[in-house]
Design a binder for this molecule. Structure first.
Ligand SMILES: Cc1ncc(COP(=O)(O)O)c(C=O)c1O
Length: 470
């Protein structure tokens, strides 16, 4: 039953049967273990777009039928997004943006906190750290030795800075360890001390049910995510927040669509959402995102999440059996995590592990610091002096010597047997260490490991050109 269900689920993802070239000239089915970076599209999303495309026209900028239809479809997508996250439309507005980074930058610019402070954390992706650091007085919540948020520090900081901290902003799940943060507790504490809470749901929303409001639970104030991480890669993301935040102030970007009156003397901005959606909207992206959310709701997201949790435990346990493999963060049996696992293999640079998996096993992973350098530094246990010297190397463009990790991350369509392939590949890497190391050279500029034999980049360029051969 479970197998039948999962076989069916796999058919809902586009491109799982594609083979990729390996450095020995053979081809293998691509195994995508890099879903935290971006997920493949759902077939349902592509179908929704294909059915809409012949009707596609400008949104808010025409009176022809197609234009009116496109505008209505765009607004319906907005309603469906609010609905999925249980955000009441009387209180909350969903703004379409490019991605999570744009959403957080917009929020940082649009939230008028006066002299108030922001509390973010040392676990964040740079996109939920830098926009705040540049705009407001910002504090960072500390981490436990294992890499979880230190909730005692949260209360201490909120109490000490009361009432200066106006916003607590935190990821729903880490893009490095997959740790799921206790949003309820954080929201309760934030509200108790007079702050609002913003959730960067880029990693959590695709893998876990998430509600802005539900009975008996503390509400969330802001939430944002990226379509491309939730099976809808068509250039859209969303920022959800209370109407009143976006009803006032100057939009972060101004121009067409953001105004209701403009004369030589005066500019009057439109109410939300128009005030904060500059230029011609992207209804394709909006349809894609809403279709993906509909699909997740109809296909029992809690069941998909439970399946991913089981996969995560299996993967963690299997990786533990590899000698010399260092895992980061608490095991999923001890702390809630989504299927994101970062590791290092003793004796192997992280870049070489990723290159070997890509070029010799057809497995896609990511390596490095995952745009979360302070968090990765903490997990690696680097001293202040080490961090300074590594960041100096980075500033000097010496990428090949930088510390980091290998990250695997999965979606509901991945299987246990795929993890077995990964584990087999890592064991081969260990058992044929010298031979394999000799097959690679390091590019001194990019820091990438590339096979010495053949010319991978030329072959990649030939493939690239096929998409433009009309
Ligand atoms: C937790 C988290 N926040 C923000 C981002 C930024 O997302 P995007 O690149 O779609 O703007 C990412 C991307 O990996 C992420 O994992």
């Amino acid at each position: 039953m479970e197998k039948q269900w999962h076989d069916q689920i796999r058919k809902e993802i586009l491109g799982l049967d594609l083979k990729v070239p390996l450095c020995d000239g053979t081809r293998r089915p691509y195994l995508n273990l890099d879903n935290a970076a971006t997920t493949p599209p759902l077939v349902a999303v592509v179908q929704a777009i294909q059915s809409f495309l012949p009707w596609y026209s400008s949104v808010h900028r025409g009176f022809g039928y197609k234009s009116q239809l496109s505008t209505a479809v765009y607004q319906e997508a907005r309603r469906l997004v609010l609905d999925f996250f249980a955000a009441p439309a009387q209180q909350y507005i969903a703004l379409f943006v490019k991605n999570t980074s744009e959403a957080l930058n917009k929020l940082a610019k649009r939230l008028d906190l006066g002299a108030g402070e922001v509390l973010t954390t040392w676990m964040e992706h740079h996109s939920n750290d830098l926009p705040w650091r540049l705009k407001n007085q910002t504090q960072h919540l500390e981490l436990t030795a294992e890499g979880c948020l230190d909730l005692a520090d949260l209360e201490t900081k909120l109490k000490k800075a009361r009432p200066r901290i106006k916003l607590v902003t935190v990821c729903g799940a880490s893009n490095v360890t997959g740790i799921v943060n206790p949003l309820q507790t954080i929201a309760e504490l934030a509200h108790h001390y007079g702050a609002q809470i913003a959730v960067d749901a880029a990693q959590l929303a695709p893998h876990h049910p998430l509600k802005i409001q539900s009975s008996g639970a503390e509400h969330l104030d802001y939430l944002c995510l990226s379509g491309h991480k939730i099976y809808a890669p068509f250039g859209s993301g969303v920022l959800i927040g209370p109407h009143e935040t976006f009803r006032v102030g100057t939009p972060d970007q101004v121009g067409g669509g953001t105004v209701i009156a403009v004369s030589r003397e005066e500019v009057v901005f439109a109410p939300p959402p128009d005030r904060d959606e500059v230029g011609t909207p992207n209804p394709i992206g909006a349809v894609a995102l809403a279709a993906a959310l509909r699909w997740l709701a109809k296909n029992d997201l809690p069941r998909l999440a439970a399946y991913e949790a089981e996969l995560s435990e299996y993967a963690f346990d299997r990786l533990k059996t590899i000698p010399g493999l260092i895992l980061y963060g608490p095991p999923p049996q001890h702390y809630p995590r989504i299927g994101v696992i970062a590791f290092n293999l003793e004796g192997f640079p992280h870049g070489l592990v990723a290159a070997f998996l890509a070029f010799e096993a057809g497995i896609g992973v990511r390596h490095g610091c995952f745009c979360a350098r302070p968090y990765v530094h903490h997990l690696l246990g680097l001293s202040k002096a080490e961090i300074v010297s590594y960041e100096n190397l980075a500033k000097a463009g010496k990428k090949c010597l930088l510390p980091g990790m290998v990250r695997i991350s999965f979606g509901f369509y991945n299987t246990k047997s795929e993890f077995d392939l990964l584990v087999d590949a890592l064991r081969t890497l260990q058992s044929e260490e010298e031979k394999i190391k000799n097959r690679y050279r390091i590019d001194p500029v990019t820091g990438e490991y590339l096979p010495k034999a053949g010319n991978f980049k030329d072959a990649l360029m030939r493939h690239t050109k096929t998409f433009f051969n009309f």
